[in-house]
Ligand binder design. Sequence first.
Ligand code: PLP
Length: 470
Amino acid sequence: MDAAEFRRLGHALVDWIASYRETLEERPVMSTVKPGDIRARLPRSAPDQAVGLGDVVALVERDVLPGITHWSHPSFFAYFPSNSSYASVLGDLVCAGLGVQGMSWQTSPAATEIEEAVLDWVRQLVGLSAAWTGVIQDTASTATLGALICARERASGMAQTDRGLQSKAAPLVVYHSAHAHSSVEKAALLAGYGKAHLRPIEVDRAFAMRPEALAAAIVGDRAERLHPCAVVATSGTTNTTAFDPIAAIADICERHKLWLHVDAAMAGTAMVLPECRPLWEGVERADSLVFNPHKWMGPGFDLSAYYCRDPQHLIRVMGTNPAYLRTQQDGEVSNFRDWHIPLGRRFRALKLWFHLLDVGADGVRARIRRDLANAQWLAGEVAATAGWEVIAPVALQTVCIRHVVAGLDEPALTEHNLDISRQINHGGRAYLTPSVVDGRQILRVSIGSERTERRQVEALWTELQAVAAR
Ligand code: PLP
């Protein structure tokens, strides 16, 4: 492809993306292709001779779009919000166009310094003190893995530089809420703690970790000559957006010298609102924290912000120093390759920078306030309607509801609610997530897509009632 062809196709694709966004609402939210449908459209092997992109827009429409579930659709209420603002798309375009690899400061100083600046903006936006230093990672899963590796190394006196965990007599133990995301258990397993040394801690009626149960588990483990090592507290659990009481957990961590990592994957963005910050009170006392601006702030996936209080420890744990990576500026600058697991890194800061320039802090705050108000509206309607229940506190934008029918017991009630979710999702006008809380089948409505206004939430509520009545 030469530059002229690139211009032609690039302009066509930018036009197409804008039209796609403008017409999103007309499309069914969830893809309805069957397994294998998309694969069957592609030849079994790569073409020997160049065929070119031809009419690239037609190609995308024909072979890609049918297999797309539209996360930017204004009636996307599944999982969590994850959009890519126009400005973010342009940032990603520049990132791809530059094609740089920002592993070291020298390999593209702008990639490092814009990331430092923009993550510091974000730190201020969510009200964290200057004691935190940030780095962009791909996902919260990776960041939590990194945090638990740092915790392991602090507790073991950098055992990785010698015989690793194999040399330690007392196994290290990790604690997390029974409602923590599965990525926490996965990270602990990958970091070598072993399933037998994970302690899911029971939750209270609001689905938040019970600190007294945490303290008792730690004391019990010490009595068994185990080595309590780290607690992962969740600010905004996946299922119900419950907030573990960080201040009380931090007291326990300080008393027992445990690493405290906070997983605020989705809810972290809400902290742009001062009125939300009491929800993570005590966060300043954590050792590490992750949240995903790609979930609710507006820049597209993948953009996780990992903040830590002791970057030198992180670098000791993650750093490598082979001759071929050394540069003249080492010691003076941040080489972000030493701040996480991968060596190579894209220039992800661009999309966050462009997005924040485009909407400003006020724009981010307005969007979050809009979504919180929409969630409260829906919860109010559901609570006031006979036959419907809100089954968890609505701290932010996730509303967990279910429909109960007089005389219908389990398992029929579960099947009834699952059926509602199937009818909504296959109907194409909205998309939500069926889930289970406290053994009860629920319909989980996550509000916060960039284009979701009250109108779409009202339409969902009308449709839920109509489907349930059928
Ligand atoms: N933590 C929480 C609380 C989440 O809700 C999620 C995803 O929904 C994750 C972690 C995992 O996020 P990621 O896809 O960035 O690894």
